[in-house]
Each structure stands twice: as C-alpha cells, then as structure tokens.
Design a protein around this ligand. Structure first.
Ligand SMILES: [Zn+2]
Length: 443
C-alpha cells in the first residue's frame, strides 16, 4: 500500500505546483508568513588562547587576564518563502575586512550568501582585538594587534554555529519597532553639540505572543574601560542586554547594535561610583530599564515588510591625515613608510553596505565609524526613500575600514581624522553610496 500512495502524493504535489488553485494558495501562504529563529553563543575565548583586547594601542597586544562579564554573539534569522536574512550582533570591537567573506564560505552550503548576513559589533573595547582575527594582518605590530590563528578559528566556529542554531528553530513571528529621543546619555567627543539621541527598539515575538528577540539601537562608544583594563567585558551594552533579558524573562534574546558612533561618547550616570567597571554597569543597567519600558509600549504586527539589499561602494584612494604621526601614528606604532605598505594590504578598495527592512525598521549598514552628523543625514534621507518610520544606522557593519567624517571635520584633524585612511571625501562617498543602496532596495 505504501508505494502507490507515495506515488499519488508526489504526482499530486507536482500537479498542484504546476498549475491550478493549489499553487497560488501555497504561494500566498508562504509570502504572508514571516518566520524567525534566534540563538546565542558564548564568544569569550578561553584565556589560554591568549586573545588580546581590542580598541587601545597602548595594550601592546597583551592577552586578556580574566573575565569580568562574558561576551556573546547572537543571531536572529528571518525567513519568508525563499528569502532569508541573519542579523548577527556581537560584543566585539569590530570585524576586519576578510572575516565576513571567509564566514560566508563556511555557510555557503546552507544557502547563505553575502547579501543575507549582517554582522553588527557593539564596539566594546574590552573584547577580542579586531586585528587578532584578521588573517591579512601579517605585520606583527603590537599596537594594532597581532594575528592569532587560534582565536580566529574560535570566533569563526562560533559565528557559524550561532547562525545555524538560529535557523534550526524557526517560528512564525510578529514584529514592531518604536523609537524615543533620550537626553543626557551621549555627547560629541569632538566638541559641538551634534548627538544622535534616538533609542530604537524592535520587538520580535512569536505569533503566540512569546518574546523571541529584542533589537536595541543606541549610539555611543562602549569606552567606560581604558587601556589599563585587561578583563573581557561587553562594557555597557553587555549590561544593557542582560538587564533587558532578565526584566522580560521567557528566554528572550536582547541584541544590541551601535549607530553612527564615530564621535559619540557615553555620558556616565551622575551617581555612579569611581570604578570604571561600576560606571559601565550603572549606565548599561539604567539604559536597559529605559529600553525595557519602551519595549513594553511597542506593538507588533504580522505580515510586515521584509527586504534586504547589498550595495558595493567604490572607496576613494588611500590617504592619511597630515596630523597622523601626532595622534594615531604614535598610538598604533605606525610610520609613513609602513603605511604605504600596510594600507593596500589591509584596507580594501571597495566596501559593501547592506540595508535591511523589517516592518517599520530600516537598518543601514555602515562599514566603519561614521560621525553622528552624517548618520543623522543618512537616517532622514533613507527613511524618506524607503518610507520607513524607524531608520537606524548599523554602525561598523560587516567590516571596519576607517572613521568617516564630513570633509571639514576631517580637515580639522584630531584623533578620528588620523584613523581615517581614504582622505577627506570618504564621509560623503559613504553617505552617497549607502543611500544609493537604499534606493535600489526600494525598486
Ligand atoms: Zn571607535
């Protein structure tokens, strides 16, 4: 009996797909059903791997000495019919250009391509050094970090795992986003008063009402700790995520991503203690409570817009700022001669930017550290183009190529200009490029 029955089922499904009401009905059902899965993985390397901490040249590639709080990678996989996308948030300073292409190679067998994954680092300065996981970093300069193949492999294995784990447990979801403007949480470290005050919360619940994931976007450097601090930590975003997860409960996964934070510093809470660790915890916990309150007021909907688009931006010629040796050069142990060799090898001629639309949320990926003034410009233009009411910047998305400033700010110099390796037109090139990407997505 089983054989003829099976043959009948196969014949029926072929006929249904080939034509008739069955095919139409199946297609409609798929298009309306957005599914999502979420997963987390502990990304804290065992201390014996000798991972340096990223963000401060003065650490001279010394390995981390312990763990203050563990760092994580988290993935939210969305799928609708034949479309799928993975948002991966990571408590790490940033990603070197070669890492994502190598990750995609490992995930290619599961149907993943480079336009379907966005890596969003928090920019924690007390997590794995970016150049320790950069296989093209062959320079052995302790200030910029030395390549550590074991740490690279550790990170790659866990990023593969977190995407696959999330994809294994997909459920129909409803999604909603809301934003509030909050005063007194960040400042412009280059002077002036341009700050991005938006706190944007995206709620992803199963259609049965169980909270699955919460995306949180706020714009500030995680730099409460200094180069003297040698313990792993997610800094304030780590505390923020833990606070949201414990207030909501039900196993929800909170996923923080940064914005156009190139010149944005956090403003510590007035009643914080003296210890840098305490100040980070206090800030993250308080901001977590604000985010949780906003989450409670965020309503969700099924059958929301879901789209993504990758746009490749041709970058200007490599260049470095006349002040370079006074600021970044000294911190990072570089000379003019060394830069001539290093830039073409470690800094690409083009960079990808992904835009992701998820209901009213739009994330515009920026391949580095964008000044807030340019970020605000991208947000308002991109929202207009895409008709999305909650635009956000995905800061340092997928790869880190430089700080990115308006031309006059670049010329003014300072630390950020000295860590910007494509001259004064880089900021405008990136803004034009990412907006062209948003336009293409909208077609
Ligand atoms: Zn930075």
């Amino acid at each position: 009996m089983s054989k003829p029955l099976r043959a009948f089922v196969v014949a029926c499904s072929s006929l249904c797909v080939l034509g008739g009401w069955g095919a139409v009905k199946i297609g409609e059902a798929n298009a309306a059903e957005l599914k999502a899965g979420v997963a987390r993985v502990d990304l804290t390397p065992p201390l014996e791997l000798g991972s340096p901490l990223g963000g401060y040249g003065e650490r001279m590639n010394r390995p981390a000495e312990g763990v203050h709080d563990r760092v994580f990678a988290k993935a939210l996989v969305l799928a609708d019919g034949d479309k799928k996308f993975a948002v991966v948030t990571v408590d790490i300073v940033g990603f070197p250009p070669p890492l994502k292409p190598m990750l995609i190679e490992r995930l290619a067998g599961k149907g993943w391509t480079k336009d379907k994954i966005m890596l969003l680092p928090s920019h924690s300065h007390t997590s794995i050094e970016m150049n320790a996981i950069n296989p093209t970093n062959l320079f052995n300069i302790p200030q910029i970090g030395i390549y550590n193949p074991k740490v690279f492999e550790f990170v790659m294995e866990r990023l593969v795992q977190v995407v696959q784990d999330a994809e294994r447990q997909m459920a129909p979801v409803s999604i909603g986003t809301s934003s509030i403007s909050i005063d007194g949480w960040n400042r412009n470290r280059r002077g002036g008063d341009v700050t991005d005050k938006d706190l944007t919360i995206t709620r992803v619940d199963t259609t049965e009402g169980k909270p699955l994931a919460v995306l949180v976007n706020f714009t500030a450097h995680p730099t409460f700790m200094s180069g003297e601090d040698m313990l792993f930590s997610g800094d304030w975003p780590g505390h923020l995520q833990r606070t949201i997860e414990s207030l909501i409960g039900e196993g929800v996964v909170a996923m923080y991503y940064n914005g156009a934070q190139g010149d944005q510093s956090p403003v510590g809470r007035s009643d914080s203690g003296d210890s840098r660790w305490e100040r980070a915890e206090h800030y993250g916990r308080d901001l977590g409570i604000v985010a949780w309150k906003q989450w409670q007021q965020t309503s969700t909907q099924q059958d929301v817009a879901f789209d993504y688009h990758l746009h490749t931006i041709a970058l200007p010629e490599h260049a470095w700022h006349p002040d370079f040796m006074k600021t970044g050069g000294t911190e990072y142990g570089l000379s003019d001669q060394l830069l001539k060799k290093l830039l073409p090898l470690m800094f690409p001629a083009q960079a990808d930017s992904i835009s992701l639309r998820m209901g009213d949320l739009l994330i515009v990926g920026i391949p580095g550290e964008l000044a807030a003034s340019l970020g605000l410009k991208v947000k308002s233009e991109a929202a207009r183009i895409a008709g999305a009411s909650h635009p956000t910047i995905g800061g340092l998305a997928d790869l880190w190529i430089s700080y990115m400033l308006p031309a006059d700010e670049y010329r003014r110099g300072g630390y950020e200009s000295s860590v910007s390796f494509y001259g004064e037109t880089l900021g405008d090139t990136i803004v034009e490029g990412v907006l062209a990407g948003v336009k293409e997505m909208d077609r």
